[in-house]
Design a binder for this molecule. Structure first.
Ligand code: ACO
Length: 322
């Protein structure tokens, strides 16, 4: 039996910090409005010359160092992003080159805010099948480039970041270590509730901005994340009381508190970073997890429940023992 172990974790946040007060200088909003409805205080913004691949490279180096391996030990890169450097080639192959990896494979996954969960689930299956031994899984985004900075209903919600895990296949009879189980889902009938304009086959345009029906997104995010977690725990035969840490996608404090309440997860078990980073889409879960590990909250052996919801709609959950 091959198990997927979390060998190392890493993250990168661009230097520049934009507070709610900073935003209120150029759009009609306030710190109070943003904080009361979302729990967000600030977000990090990439500099003009930083692309998604640059953020990914920094978080990859952090995770590789934490895993105590060489970059060339990695035989597969799966990079989740909805803000790739280019339409093609993938940002993953660019990262592969930046890391001087000359063999194996690299590809992008596009599932918006659920991207990291989709990537983690895919990587787990590749490792358990024996096809790959060490996989670098990344979530990396520069949403600041696809925000309409004149639209107060969306520009206050997002930030830029990258987070990475190094996964390793280990033969282990204890099937309770590493990734225990994962589930991913989507329902494309809701794709108009949250989308980015344009695209090469639909309508090439330069103002590729985010559009959102916030209330619908809120409702489905809580409902679908609650259901998938219950399904996952049921399939893994794990009780909610056994969860040490709940690491949800960091979209909005109210969404994650409401979901946790419905699942009967105690408030002190929720990892919250949305206040400092805002919603960093596919980067949010690995950044939240890495932050909690670096702060010595999540420790080796702890049972962690990761879950996400994003445009599509897409959603998913992963149960793992760190
Ligand atoms: N500052 C001040 N006022 C604002 C702002 C702002 N930044 N944004 C909207 N408003 C105004 C609106 O114009 C509206 O004014 P009106 O009543 O005069 O028309 C009023 O505030 C209320 O707007 P609503 O959209 O009804 O506000 P709501 O209470 O629904 O909160 C929010 C909006 C925070 C976006 C909420 O719907 C939400 O959390 N939705 C979830 C969406 C989400 O988290 N998306 C992230 C991406 S998806 C994902 O990652 C899962």
């Amino acid at each position: 039996m091959i198990n997927t172990i979390i060998k190392g974790v890493g993250m990168y946040l661009p230097e520049k910090v934009l507070t709610n007060d900073d935003i209120s200088e150029f759009v009609d909003t306030s710190h109070e409005w943003i904080f009361d409805r979302t729990g967000i205080r600030q977000r990090h913004i990439a500099s003009k010359d930083q692309m998604t691949s640059d953020l990914a490279y920094m978080s990859a180096l952090d995770a590789i160092q934490d895993a105590n391996i060489n970059a060339t030990d990695i035989d597969l890169i799966i990079l989740a992003t909805s803000t790739p450097d280019q339409v093609f080639p993938s940002t993953a192959v660019k990262l592969q080159d930046m890391l001087n990896i000359r063999d194996g494979a690299a590809f992008d996954i596009h599932a918006v805010c659920s991207g990291f969960i989709y990537a983690l689930s895919t990587a787990d299956n590749f490792i358990k099948s024996g096809k790959y031994k060490r996989i670098l899984v990344i979530g990396s985004e520069v949403y600041s480039r696809i925000l309409n900075w004149k639209d107060r209903t969306t520009c206050v919600l997002f930030g830029d970041a990258s987070g990475a895990f190094v996964l390793e296949g280990q033969n282990n009879d204890d099937i309770r270590s590493g990734i225990i189980d994962s589930l991913i889902r989507s329902d494309g009938q809701y794709r108009s509730k949250l989308y980015c304009d344009g695209g090469p086959s639909m309508q090439p345009r330069t103002d590729n901005f985010i559009n959102m029906d916030g209330k619908e997104v809120y409702k489905h995010a809580v409902e679908k994340q609650t259901i998938i977690v219950e399904e996952l725990l049921d399939s893994a035969g794990v009780k909610i009381e056994s969860i040490d840490w709940f690491v949800p996608h960091q979209a909005n404090l109210r969404i994650l508190q409401t979901t946790a309440k419905k699942l009967k997860i105690k408030e002190e078990k929720i990892i919250v970073t949305v206040d400092k980073h805002a919603n960093t889409s596919s980067a949010s879960i690995p950044v939240a997890m890495t932050t909690a590990i670096k702060e010595n909250k999540i420790k080796r052996g702890d049972m962690c429940l990761l879950e996400a919801f994003g445009a599509g709609f897409t959603w998913g959950a992963v149960l793992l023992r760190y």
